[in-house]
Each structure stands twice: as C-alpha cells, then as structure tokens.
Design a protein around this ligand. Structure first.
Ligand SMILES: Nc1ncnc2c1ncn2[C@@H]1O[C@H](COP(=O)(O)OP(=O)(O)OP(=O)(O)O)[C@@H](O)[C@H]1O
Ligand SMILES: [Mg+2]
Length: 354
C-alpha cells in the first residue's frame, strides 16, 4: 500500500505440499509475465501426513513466514488440493437445457462418486459435444471433500490470508504446462507431478484434461528405502537421494534402491496409461513432462524413456517468464523449477478472464 515498487497481480499462487509450501507471484509487464516473488519453506515430516494437515499451526506459521520474509503485499491466495479427497471424472450427459443438465450431472455423480454427496463440493464443466454420441455433452465432473477444502481454508485464515481461488493440483499443473509450452492442439501429453507423497497424473490434449489420477507414491518412498536399507537418518537419506555423498555410505550403495522404487513408479504410470488407452479412443501419448521434486531422482527420466518409449522431459514452468537475474539466483531457480510448477500454475490464475 505504501510502496508501489512491487506492483503485482494481487494474487499469490500457494502450493501447500506435504514436504514444503511453495509460493509464486507474477506481474504482467507489457505482453510478458515477470516473476515478482518466489519462495519455498520446508515443513517437518509429520506436519502433513497422507495429504492431511496434522499440524495446522506449523502450516499457517510457514505461510506467514513466506509472506513476511518476502514482503508480499497482497493477502489473496490461489491454492489447490489433491489426493484421495479429490475425484475428477469425465462423463457424457444428455440434456436439452441447463436444468436437465444439472439433474443429469447429479444423477451421474451419485453413480460415479464414491463419497457421500453431502460431504463433497460438486462442480462440473461442459467441455463440449461428446465425441461420437449424437447430442450428448462431454462434462468434467469434479468432487472435492469439504473437509479437505476446509483444512486449506482454515490454515490460510489462521495466517490472515484470503483463499480467492481453490483449484486442484492436476489442473494447476496443466495450466503451468500449457502456458510454458503452448502445445499443438492434437498432441496428447502426460503430465506427472511427483512430489514427496503423491504423484498427480494428468493426460491432456488441446487444453482438456482427458484423464487425471492421483497416486500415493513419491519421494518419501525413496527416502524410506534408503533409511531402512542403509540404516541412516531421514535427513541423511534425503541428502543422499539428492546427490550428496555421505562419509559412511559407499557411492554406489544407493543406486539399486533408487532403481527399485523407480520401478514401482513406472508400474503405476504404466497401469494408468493402459487404463487410459482402454477407456478412451486415444492410443498415442506423444510426450511425458515431469514436475515435482522427485522428477530429479537419479535415473528416473532414463528409465521412463526406455520402458515407455515416449520422449520424457523435465518441465520448466519458468520457460516463458521473465526472471530478473539481479533479483533471483538463476542456478537456484533452475534447481527448484520443477517443484514450483503447481505454484506457478496457480499464480497464473490471477490473469484468467473473470
Ligand atoms: N534434487 C532432488 N533429487 C531427488 N529428489 C528430490 C530432489 N529435490 C527434491 N526432491 C524430493 O522431492 C520431494 C519434494 O518435492 P515437492 O516439493 O514437489 O513435493 P511436495 O509438493 O511437498 O509433496 P506432495 O505434492 O507429494 O504433497 C521430496 O521427497 C524431496 O526429497
Ligand atoms: Mg506437490
């Protein structure tokens, strides 16, 4: 309010992940976006477990810390939820008008959503005419458990922030990807955001999510196996995983354990791709983009390339953003870029047409 130097879009993308909270703030400058703020704050291991906020105080303290340390002016936040409290389904619905559509969607929700509908926030988006079904509509059904949204809303409120946008990780991921890569409309792309406890999968084409799924696998599994097999602490296992050497661990000791977990991840990805191919009319996935901290696990990109025979690339969400080198360390930005993908996709929401 007093300083106009940091003029921004007025909305911060805030990704509340299980291992860390990430924030991105952008501003529009002529026809480009510029990075105004970028922050990451690590959470201790038992703060968010299995996607549930166990220690709301620590989470809100971390959010406040990020805003204070970076002197973020706005209190408006775009955030997202994910995991087994979120269901996304694509359905074909026949309806002649809005009322019929509402009713039909509700009927479909009763059949497709495994939660009690009284406990969820239900929304839907008409994507267009459903292919090959006469006059049916292609509808994206989204159900999020209320307690999940409340968990996020309440930590934000405790930190005196206003949740202006509540998204889901898989869509924020897609938003960041489309902005950064402007994919051709006929290209089918699998986006995988592999974090600490979760992998968000979103197979998209032409700006539409064709299939999304969250799987409970991620970086924690690599850390766990190193901890157990090499008898080291969580902190040491994390360091080892990220490429640091430890005095008591031979340099080649970790590789087979990392490979073992990567094979599990591969299996989940293969299962999802098989299901996708069986349930849609699409056979070919043209490319895979990896986001999240676990994208950087040694050997993962090569394993996926070799086994899936699809080009695999690590997603850079800042590809099209101007990052002032006087303000941000380019090495640091490059290192953490894949982890900032969801926060970036959320920050971009501030420029969405209202
Ligand atoms: N350079 C690296 N190499 C390997 N693993 C890494 C690297 N950097 C971070 N990680 C791992 O990535 C994970 C954190 O990634 P990210 O920040 O995307 O997760 P998160 O959003 O906190 O978790 P989630 O989305 O699952 O709730 C941790 O398991 C961390 O150990
Ligand atoms: Mg995450």
């Amino acid at each position: 309010m007093f300083s106009r130097k940091k003029k921004s879009s007025g909305l911060v993308g805030l990704d509340i992940g299980s291992s860390s909270i990430k924030a991105v703030e952008l501003k529009q400058k002529n026809d480009r976006y510029e990075l105004v703020n970028l922050a990451i704050d690590n959470l201790s291991q038992d703060t968010i477990v299995d996607g549930a906020i166990m220690d709301a105080f620590s989470v809100s303290a971390s959010i406040e810390k990020i805003f204070n340390e970076n002197k973020i002016q706005t209190s408006k936040v775009a955030t997202s939820v994910s995991g087994h409290s979120v269901i996304v389904k694509r359905i074909a619905v026949s309806a002649a008008n809005e009322q019929e559509l509402e009713l039909a969607v509700h009927q479909e929700a009763l059949q497709n959503i495994r939660f009690d509908l009284a406990d969820v926030n239900l929304s839907y988006y008409v994507l267009g005419p459903a292919p090959g079904t006469g006059n049916a509509l292609d509808v994206l059904l989204l159900a999020v458990k209320r307690e999940k949204i409340q968990g996020h809303t309440s930590v934000l409120e405790q930190a005196n922030k206003t949740p202006a946008v509540m998204d889901i990780d898989a869509f924020a991921l897609q938003n960041a990807f489309e902005f950064s890569y402007e994919p051709p409309p006929d290209q089918t792309v699998a986006l995988l955001n592999i974090g600490a406890s979760l992998m968000n999968i979103n197979i998209t084409r032409g700006g539409m999510p064709l299939f999304t799924r969250d799987v409970s696998v991620g970086g924690n599994q690599y850390t766990d196996i190193l901890q157990k097999e090499l008898d080291i602490s969580f902190e040491d296992a994390e360091k080892l995983k990220m490429g640091q050497e430890l005095p008591d661990v031979p340099p080649d000791a970790k590789a087979p354990h990392l490979h073992f977990v990567s094979e599990l991840l591969l299996l989940e990805i293969q299962k999802t791709f098989d299901f996708f191919r069986q349930t849609t009319s699409t056979d070919t996935i043209h490319a895979i983009y990896l986001a999240g901290g676990t994208a950087r696990i040694q050997g993962l990109v090569d394993l996926l390339k070799a086994e899936l025979r699809i080009p695999v690339e690590i997603l850079d969400p800042f590809r099209k953003v101007h990052v002032n080198p006087a303000k941000f360390d380019s090495g640091f930005i490059a290192e953490i870029a894949p982890r900032m993908t969801v926060a970036m996709g959320l920050a971009l929401r501030s420029f969405d047409a209202a």
